[in-house]
Design a protein around this ligand. Sequence first.
Ligand SMILES: *Cc1c(COP(=O)(O)O)cnc(C)c1O
Length: 430
Amino acid sequence: MHCVSTRGRTPRTALARALVAGLAPDGGLYVPERIPTLDTVQPGATLADTARAVLAPCLDGPPLRDALPALCAQAYAFDAPLRPLARRGDHLLELFHGPTAAFKDYAARFLAGTLARLRPADAPPTTILVATSGDTGAAVASAFHRRPGFAVVILYPACRVSPRQAHGLECWGDNVRTFRVQGTFDDCQRLTKQALADDALRARLPLSSANSISLGRLLPQVAYYAHAALRFFAAHGEPLNFIVPTGNLGNACAAWLARRMGLPVGALVLACNANDALPRFFAGEDYRPRPARATLANAMDVGAPSNFERLRHWHRDDAELRAALRAFAVDDAAIADTIRQAPARHGVVPCPHTATGLHVLERLRAEGDARPWAVVATAHPAKFESIVEPLVGQALAVPPALAATLARPARGEPLAADYAALRRQLQAPA
Ligand SMILES: *Cc1c(COP(=O)(O)O)cnc(C)c1O
């Protein structure tokens, strides 16, 4: 597969090179030059099997083509079950069974495997720079921890993540450095973009990104939508509709790609928190990025979703884009209320992000929507126990992989939200 940039000023680039680069040189985001069509793909027995079939047309050149089976076996080693909820037609697509208990484990592991295979044996170490609103950093750290040839630098907004999230970001050491930035996620993302666009720095320090701006994070996420939708279609003869808790739009763009590839994905609805730039846009207002606001669903505290540039690129105009998706904002009161009611109403305990999706589902049902829906469960509730436990009045069991992370000692460093400060740290010996 070849890629082009959303800004149109980057030459056509082989996928392998786009994955290594992260951001396109013109400051845009890489997108497939042509989106492959998969309308004859069958559901695999396992998620890894489906992933192989779905990603084969994307990873169609050497050396990734030959590595695909091993990459998929490693990245999709844990299942993504589609769990029926209490009401007929309601489902949860559980993406939180990986080592850091959030959906980002899948793509982070795939990207780590990919970049490791694309690295020339004699190359100097690559620094993976990642801005995180809470979960990306842990997934990327876990995926690259102790991988020879890689260092990881994580930037996360101080005071905006849960205690268990902070621990999951700071507990790696070895080739991973974690900075608590005095600012918001948008600040972290801006610093990352600045570093990746700093040619003088990159000439001395091989840098790559692992944010959802990287196509290497986006493409692997298509696999679990494909797997759930293909299996649902085989069993019920109709497409599965998805509600995607959304921050930076990476997961939702993967769902959109799955549908565009011809997979049986029906309607797509974005569930946002009080950061409502997208709901306002889809309701007809001009797109206006705003400063991020802190909410209970902190991994979605994004005021300027960078993948919006991809969605716009893929549609002729805003009218066509508005017809392709819907989006709703869910405020903290509604998130808390949904978590409180979820055990009785749905038979599950959701994390605050998943709760935005469940709230939107309730809204669609109240409108009389009778289609089958899957709410994407983006994280395990035990990762947000300080929010969830008081609301549901019960202690949550910690999954074993998360418990192992929490047992490691934490060590983060403070950093001002200032590019000069980051640049100094990046050039300091590790
Ligand atoms: C990252 C994240 C989201 C938002 O996903 P995007 O791809 O940024 O839209 C939602 N929920 C959780 C738990 C996350 O970690």
